[in-house]
Design a protein around this ligand. Structure first.
Ligand code: ADP
Ligand code: MG
Length: 251
């Protein structure tokens, strides 16, 4: 039977790099809609976990399930067509292209297969989606600007828009507010909150206050392992988390 509550499940996921176990037997479940966040000090294994969930790296052991389908060995493209999209901690925008072209390229996967090799100008489905995203993300006024010339905040916003191009049901965001000003961070937090009312968001974030405010569930990682999981207030009060995370310098 289809489990309508659960969208993503990680079962005993592990990934080693040489002698280092970057992700060590991590299990958790993400319920549909809202924002679930992963926090933890630098080097805790958060981005590596995302890489296992999104198919960038293959797990050494364990399982990933999306809507009860085993996707552990599926390619990133396969996962995208199953409705899982992700952003990277390091940008994946084309800096020499315009805002609208970045959005059109990202939206291209919405075209029927037979249209995939059409020039961008003929891809009307992709174009419509790109224009929709421009408006939704307040990027209309910089439509034709080269991405490299945008402010950092606009670039990070565009990055989220790009990941949403294919209308995913699950979005993985890796530190979307990294390097942002206080104002941009607040705007992005609002944006993520709004997204969470429509789709499921799994967020890696270093700003703990932001996470506590945004998330329905928080997962804490340290040294490759899941240290704690629960509603924000419980996680904050957890003595293990206090010692391992809040007591130390934040990621
Ligand atoms: P986080 O995102 O929590 O800061 P990462 O997942 O990036 O942590 O890294 C976890 C550990 O794995 C770190 O010690 C890091 O140096 C190591 N690591 C990450 N990616 C690789 C890789 N491609 N090759 C080797 N080691 C890696
Ligand atoms: Mg990281």
């Amino acid at each position: 039977m289809k489990n309508t509550e659960m969208i993503l499940r990680s079962k005993s996921l592990s990934k080693r790099f040489g002698g280092l176990t970057a992700v060590d037997d991590v299990s958790f479940e993400v319920t549909r809609l809202g924002v679930t966040s992963i926090i933890g000090p630098n080097g805790a294994g958060k981005s590596t976990l995302f890489n296992l969930l999104s198919g960038t790296f293959m797990a050494d052991s364990g399982l990933v399930e999306l809507d009860d389908q085993n996707i552990t060995r599926m390619s990133p493209e396969g996962r995208l067509s199953c409705g899982m999209a992700r952003s990277f901690q390091i940008t994946n925008l084309f800096f020499d292209l315009s805002v609208i072209d970045n959005l059109r390229i990202a939206s291209q996967a919405l075209e029927p297969r037979s249209n995939l090799f059409l020039p961008l100008s003929k891809s009307t489905i992709a174009m419509d989606r790109a224009n929709e995203l421009l408006e939704e993300f307040g990027l209309l006024e910089c439509r034709n600007q080269i991405v490299g010339a945008l402010s950092h905040g606009q670039q990070r916003r565009l990055e989220i828009a790009v990941t949403l191009a294919t209308r995913p049901k699950l979005l993985l965001l890796d530190e979307p507010t990294q390097g942002m000003s206080q104002g941009d961070t607040q705007d992005t937090a609002e944006l993520i909150k709004r997204l969470g009312s429509k789709i499921t968001v799994l967020l890696i974030e270093h700003d703990v206050d932001l996470v506590m405010d945004l998330s329905k569930t928080v997962i804490v990682m340290a040294q490759g392992k899941k240290l704690a999981e629960g509603i924000p207030s419980d996680v904050r009060a957890n003595p293990l988390v206090q010692t391992a995370y809040f007591g130390e310098e934040l990621a």
